[in-house]
Ligand binder design. Sequence first.
Ligand code: BDR
Ligand code: CA
Length: 324
Amino acid sequence: MGKRIILDTDGGVDDALALILALRSPQFRVEAITVTYGNVSVEQASQNIQLLLRILHLEDPPPIALGARHPLKRARISAEHVHGQDGLGGITQWMTKEWYSEFKAPRELPDATQLLLRLAERYPGELTLITLGPLTNLAQMLEKAPSSRNLLKEVVIMGGALEVPGNITAAAEFNIFSDPHAAEQVFHCGLSLRLVPLDATRQVCLDRNTLYRLTRSMPSPLNEFVLHISQSVLDYMERTQGNAVLHLHDPLAVGVTLNPKIAAWKPLHVEVETQGIHTLGMTLADLRPLREELLPPPNLLAARDVDSKRFLRLFEEILCRRSS
Ligand code: BDR
Ligand code: CA
């Protein structure tokens, strides 16, 4: 029996890679996938996840649930400029219309908050929630049933930028910037939290040639899919930063849940900026060189140095494993 996992995702390119990693890992039992707005709308993101599950051909696919359509307080932003119009590098253009059409019809999906609560009650103290998008779904669950925080074992959050520049603004990382108020609630809810910020995820990347070699070394519909969806992010990175590399942000959050030793962890007190003009969504870690008892108590463990070789080996093994 594997570790019980719930994945909360906003349906983008690296989300899809993270889901592949989680769903093909025998150490995990994925109990549900809850979807949020983020890179694209929640409707598009849920279609993307349905498409991915179809390509993965799982014997026993987890249920998908529809979550937040927008942040708690501010207007929604999105990242089609990075992940493509559909959030998956334009895969929907590439597929035959017939093949894709069944995903166009919105299916009745359960409500994410309700499913999260139901599962938390069914498996008290057993569930690890991995969040790969804005934290709105989790904040809404905590708002609805504050005591549910005692039911989750741990939350692993891909988000934030502690000692490195942000990626959506100079100060902020996309998932936290999308809903800083939700992030603030989650950071202070008392749950056991592991944060996987850009400081860690920028240490793990694949360049265009490596990705091509990997996916072509074991041709399969899944690897074809991976190669195709990654192109828009690679193009974006080449256009804006001069290097065609894919940062494995969301996959690393799954990787450290599989094996926490992939990263070094530091207990930190981290606040989320919810007011700033230039610093909205910033994750401010208290890094003052003071004696421990003089610092505010840590509210999370943050991933710092990553054993990137070990992680990439794990990622490649799972991606290239035969079976789809
Ligand atoms: C995060 O932002 C999203 O665009 C990615 O999917 C990832 O979750 C990285 O900042
Ligand atoms: Ca994401």
